[in-house]
Design a protein around this ligand. Structure first.
Ligand code: GDP
Length: 295
């Protein structure tokens, strides 16, 4: 994960640590390297600009130039600023009582929505909740069956209706059935398309209006970098997003989406997907991620 960014940061800070004393020019050179590395990692350019400004300011305040270990101090400053950029940590799910708590998952096709619905259901079940998944993706032919198979695998009930293309109807009947079955959490797996378009947005907005979800999460494929961030921005304009779930971080060598999505949308990353297996879903901890990036 984020290998290329980690490599570049390591090289930059090693150069700085190799010096006994450093000058303002050395700090500026290091910041140029950091800027280049972040842009190459596909981090949003405005985010990069602000980030570098913040690091520079913090470095001046901490008197990096006069410090005995300037390299280490710079690493600490960059780590703190990366943590701030991706934070604050906000990975808790808001549950209502009495339930069921309705969680709507939205996102583009292929982002990992259906897989994430099951990963989340599995996680909640392990935490003692009684989830039900609802197959609202009526666009992708295999999506209903995929959710059913996953449901069987994790022993979580799935509500579906093969006879309709009406997403609102299925989501409403799903919430009703969950209540009847005594389930305390409903996960709605909505339809995605290859691009954000009006039809997709209208459908998912209608599902949201009809079911008044307590949480709306956007599932984003981290591997598509800025495209993921741009689509998050568009979804956020149309839906009241509560957070983002970043998938496929295990295959993301660059890190652009993870580093920009909070700053661009203002919405926290709740969970990260770290593989195809059902238990490859973790809470997002900005501080741990920052340490990981710095190697
Ligand atoms: P949907 O169209 O958004 O419902 O996407 P799917 O849930 O069908 O996922 C698309 C592909 O991404 C599948 O092959 C999943 O196994 C894979 N996938 C989902 N999440 C992750 C993840 O965190 N890591 C990896 N490596 N693959 C993932």
């Amino acid at each position: 994960m984020f290998e290329s960014l980690t490599d570049k940061f390591n090289t930059t800070f090693k150069k700085l640590s190799g010096r006994g004393r450093i000058t303002e020019a050395n700090v500026s050179d290091a910041m140029n390297e950091v800027r280049k590395a972040l842009l190459e990692a596909d981090v949003n350019y405005k985010v990069v600009k602000q980030f570098c400004k913040d690091v520079k300011q913090a470095a001046m305040g901490a008197e990096v130039i006069n410090s005995l270990k300037p390299g280490q101090l710079m690493v600490k400053i960059v780590q703190d600023e990366l943590t701030k950029l991706m934070g604050p940590e906000d990975s808790n799910i808001f549950f209502v009582s009495p339930g069921p708590t309705v969680i709507l998952l939205a996102g583009l096709q292929g982002s990992g929505k259906t897989t994430t619905a099951a990963k989340l259901a599995y996680r909640l079940k392990k935490e003692g909740r009684k989830p039900m998944m609802v197959a609202v993706d009526l666009q992708r032919p295999a999506a209903i069956q995929q959710l059913q198979t996953l449901g069987e695998q994790i022993e979580v009930p799935v509500h579906c209706d093969f006879d309709t293309k009406d997403a609102v109807k299925v989501s409403k009947s799903g919430v009703k059935e969950a209540k009847k079955a005594g389930c305390d959490t409903v996960i709605l797996d909505t339809a995605g398309r290859l691009h954000v378009d009006d039809e997709l947005m209208t459908e998912v907005s209608n599902v949201a209006k009809a079911t008044s979800p307590h949480q709306i999460y956007l599932v984003c494929d981290a591997m598509i970098g800025q495209d993921a961030v741009n689509s998050a921005k568009e979804f956020n304009n149309r839906l009241e997003l509560d957070g983002v779930i970043l998938t496929k971080l295990d295959g993301d060598a660059r890190g652009g989406a993870a580093l920009s999505v909070k700053a661009v949308t203002g919405k926290p990353v709740k969970f990260i997907g770290l593989g195809e297996k059902i238990d490859n879903l973790e809470h997002f901890h900005p501080d741990r991620m920052a340490s990981r990036i710095l190697g």
